[in-house]
Write a protein that binds this ligand. Structure first.
Ligand SMILES: [Zn+2]
Length: 158
């Protein structure tokens, strides 16, 4: 695990991904640079975001942080996980049982914002992330026939 690894930042990345997926139906971020000071995440995304979109997404991320949802992990057979999640980026060596991480209570599926296979370290409750601060975003058009790339940079307050 990288020295700069920060469970708060990484957990905030789950929340941000969950909000974007719920709003836009985009795929989960494909690249992340998580740093204890500032992080950036890249999504395949068909268009740029307006300043209003950005403010509204940031507000929703902060609502989820303030809602103090649990972040829980459960084991799931790989076969079952394959029917629910995109496992193409998962190494074979991940084994037959995967660890699924939920933002929300896995026993109350309607409370779950986001779930995905993840071996990272997370905070126990979303409120531990602190304030989510949207630093900037940029969007680049994709190659022909491909969605563009949306990069979002964020920080967390203390
Ligand atoms: Zn994770």
């Amino acid at each position: 695990m990288a020295k700069e690894y920060d469970p708060r930042m990484h957990s905030a990345e789950h929340i941000l991904s969950g909000v974007l997926i719920r709003r836009y139906g985009c795929p989960r971020c494909f690249s992340t640079h998580i740093n204890s000071n500032k992080s950036k995440v890249d999504f395949r995304f068909p268009h740029d975001l307006s300043a209003e979109d950005a403010a509204s997404i940031a507000a929703e991320v902060n609502d989820i942080i303030k809602a103090d949802l649990p972040i829980a992990a459960r084991e799931m057979p790989r076969e079952e996980a394959a029917t629910r999640f995109n496992l193409t980026r998962l190494p074979e060596s991940a084994g037959d049982t995967l660890r699924i991480v939920y933002v929300g209570d896995p026993d109350q599926p309607e409370s779950v914002l986001d779930s995905c296979p993840c071996i990272g370290e997370h905070v126990a409750r979303t409120s531990e992330c602190g304030d989510f601060i949207w630093v900037s975003h940029e969007w680049k058009p994709g190659e022909e026939g491909q969605d563009g790339v949306l990069r979002i940079r964020f920080k967390l307050g203390k």
